[in-house]
Design a protein around this ligand. Structure first.
Ligand code: GAL
Length: 705
């Protein structure tokens, strides 16, 4: 929702997620689990906590539609009215994530089937085949019934389609899926000969003479055709998206003007969120960082940066987080005092305009009865409730940040197609997994206080002084050409190993790796040299290592004295073709060969890391960061302090300072401001307690002293 506000001084355009003013605060509310008397207490306590948005109906299908021909909306009508009377807006779910027993028994074919042919039973949730006509018809019918009934209700602020597509069921191998897969393949490839070429079916006698011969990639005796698997990944994302779009079309038709979202699951392999987010009015995310992991906030920051990036920097909504412990890890550690607040502020720091939870009131029955809630089992005497009330009050103080935006100082390329292809079987190493390749790059940037945006391979890169591509295994020539043009025009690209390998059919680019990146990077790969588990290869940064490879395999992976960095998982035997060598392998068979290179092309520069440097990645990234002039949001940022800056349309800035460490930190400031959390004016520094935070309003440049 974009609102234009005209004041006597200027006209500003703000992005509002919904018509609810300020930041959004609340959670999933499952009132059907409780007698209605409890609802009255719920709304009273919501007011006390400052809750202004609740998500209802997520798992209400069986209650809303007791059988094929009857509906029970009375309870939801009363709930809507109750919410409205108490000033709580409703995010109404379409309730389609858990089909009821009567539907499943009438249409047993809608239950999903695994690759081994096992049909999954009713009794949990998300038990549906994404391609089932029976499921889709029933889901669309329910969506229409809800939309027609509540479209004009004044409490309705947001539509919430389904719930976490791809959480439990990402693919189904049943006959309905086979039919849908063939339809999808026909659309993609046109004819069977095109498919044969794309899938390389000359290999192992896999040639098809008709689409009818094709099945989903069920469990087979040996390795399955990789392009079939890649098309399957694409199809599965599209099949779920088609379901989502069917519901979205109904909401757009029947309830225009009310924004629509579905809750994403952070960086999820199964769904191409670039494609999905085109069909969202706003992006929302569910995030469950593990309180037992001292670095969980780094991963969370990465996911939040992605969520912000999916709609080009527009504010997004944290749709679900746990107020304290979850119930689905082997050991579910609660959030120690202060962590819930800090992690909530972190989502805002990275562009969210609201913090919602799973769930409002803790369940007493069912699989999630040990999951924390805003209102714990102990009730208002619980520590958790005090934190709920405190955070609500703080979010009200932060209301003015709604609609302000962040912009990354560098871009990270993320391509689901490449991710899927990278992780197919029978590669030189099964250890090349996208999240594990990306994480150390992101962690290095996070540690240096650099905010990044994620961008799809089709993105215009012009505004970014630096683009990072931790891996581009699958790369079509059009994207390679765009990257080359970006560098020629003065851009800086840093590319990670095992890139430029395959085209979009997962066929190897001819003429040597890295295929279409060869000229841009000024190198050629002679052979991939994966590093065995547990071993490392030394890499020396100054390029001063002796020339030439070793023939002495016996010393492979032993680290000689003086080596600077350690490569793990992966290395490559590369030769330069115009690039200069910045670092060389310093142990093992590749000792003396280039490990990190830099190539000047046109007005720009392209770096290549031929190995995975894990925790040492940042020491190489420092070079391009310095050349590109990309630095931290604040200079002299102490360890463990995260700093981001949101910009308002009127020129004000909101500087978030979050101390993720266990030690008090003093953060020097270049501009004094006002801490919105305390109302206090700051001097030339802010002191943050362990797990402490400050959100500083900094005046617009022209208002600064
Ligand atoms: C989410 C889901 C919620 C609830 C929550 C528990 O994945 O959307 O319904 O199950 O996890 O952490």
């Amino acid at each position: 929702m974009t609102a234009t506000v005209t004041t006597d001084r200027l006209t500003v355009t703000t992005d509002r997620l919904t018509r609810v003013p300020g930041l959004l605060y609340g959670g999933d509310w499952n009132p059907e689990q409780w007698p209605e008397q409890v609802w009255a207490e719920d709304v009273k306590l919501m007011a006390e906590a400052g809750v202004n948005l609740v998500t209802v109906g997520v798992f209400s299908w069986a209650r809303l539609q007791p059988d094929a021909d009857s509906w029970d909306f009375g309870w939801l009508d009363r709930l809507f009215d109750l919410c409205h009377r108490h000033g709580v807006a409703v995010d109404l779910a379409t309730a389609t994530a858990s089909p009821p027993a009567w539907l499943v028994r009438a249409h047993p074919e809608l239950l999903p089937v695994t690759a081994d042919g096992v049909r999954l039973e009713f009794g949990s949730r998300q038990h549906y085949c994404p391609s089932s006509p029976a499921y889709r018809e029933a889901a669309v019918r329910l969506t229409r019934a809800l939309a027609e009934r509540y479209r004009h209700h004044p409490a309705l602020a947001l539509w919430h389609i389904h719930n976490e597509y791809g959480d439990h069921v990402q693919e189904c191998f049943c006959p309905d899926s086979a039919v849908d897969f063939r339809r999808w393949l026909r659309e993609r490839h046109g004819g069977i000969e095109e498919l044969n070429r794309s899938w390389g079916t000359a290999f192992w006698s896999q040639r098809y003479t008709s689409f009818e011969q094709i099945e989903p990639p069920r469990t087979a005796p040996g390795p399955v055709n990789p392009t079939q698997l890649l098309d399957w990944r694409r199809f599965c994302s599209d099949a779920l998206l088609a379901l989502h779009r069917a519901e979205k079309a109904v909401l757009d038709e029947v309830s225009p003007g009310v924004p629509v979202t579905t809750n994403f699951m952070s960086m999820l392999k199964a769904l191409d969120y670039w494609e999905w987010s085109r069909h969202e009015d706003l992006v929302s995310d569910d995030a469950y960082p593990d309180p037992a992991d001292p670095r969980a906030h780094v991963n969370a920051a990465m996911n939040y940066d992605l969520m912000r990036s999916l709609k080009g920097g527009r504010p997004w909504l944290l749709m679900e987080q746990a107020p304290s412990a979850v119930s689905w890890r082997p050991v579910n550690v609660p959030k120690r005092p202060g962590l819930y607040r800090l992690w909530s502020l972190q989502a805002l720091a990275r562009g969210a305009d609201g913090v919602l939870h799973f769930q409002w009131r803790a369940s007493v029955a069912g699989a999630e009865k040990f999951h924390s809630a805003m209102l714990p089992h102990r009730g208002t005497a619980a520590r958790g409730w005090q934190e709920t009330v405190r955070l609500g009050a703080e979010l009200r103080r932060l209301g003015e940040i709604a609609g302000s935006r962040l912009r990354g100082r560098a871009a990270v390329l993320l391509d689901w197609d490449s991710w899927w292809a990278l992780e197919l079987d029978d590669h030189p190493s099964a250890r090349m997994r996208w999240p594990e390749l990306l994480r150390p790059w992101y962690a290095a940037l996070h540690e240096r206080g650099v905010t990044v945006d994620f961008v799809p391979p089709t993105a215009g890169l012009d505004g970014y002084p630096l683009v990072l591509a931790p891996n581009l295994y699958l790369l079509d020539t059009a994207t390679a050409d765009r990257l080359t043009a970006y560098v020629r025009d003065g851009g800086r690209l840093v590319c990670g190993p095992f890139s430029g390998i395959a085209d979009r059919h997962d066929h190897i680019h001819p003429g040597g790796h890295p295929g279409p990146l060869r000229e841009l990077l000024g190198i050629v790969v002679d052979e991939h040299w994966p590093i065995p588990d547990g071993a490392t290869t030394a890499v020396r940064l100054d390029g001063a290592a002796p020339d030439g490879p070793r023939s002495d395999g016996a010393e492979a992976h032993a680290e000689p004295h003086g080596a600077d960095l350690r490569a793990e998982r992966w290395s490559e035997w590369i030769e330069t073709e115009g690039a200069e060598t910045l670092a060389r392998y310093a142990s093992g068979t590749l000792a003396g060969l280039p490990a990190v290179t830099r190539n000047r092309l046109g007005a720009g520069t392209a770096w290549y890391l031929s190995c995975h440097l894990g925790a040492d990645t940042g020491r190489v990234l420092d070079l391009p960061l310095a050349e590109a002039g990309v630095g931290a949001e604040l200079p002299d940022l102490p360890a463990d302090v995260e700093a981001t800056r949101r910009h308002a349309a009127d020129g004000r800035q909101y500087l978030f300072l979050l101390n993720h460490g266990g030690v008090e930190r003093r953060v020097p400031l270049d501009t004094p401001g006002t801490d919105l959390l305390t109302g206090a004016a700051t001097g030339d520094a802010v002191t943050l307690a362990p797990l402490g935070a400050a959100v500083l309003r900094l005046p617009a440049a022209e208002e600064r002293p």
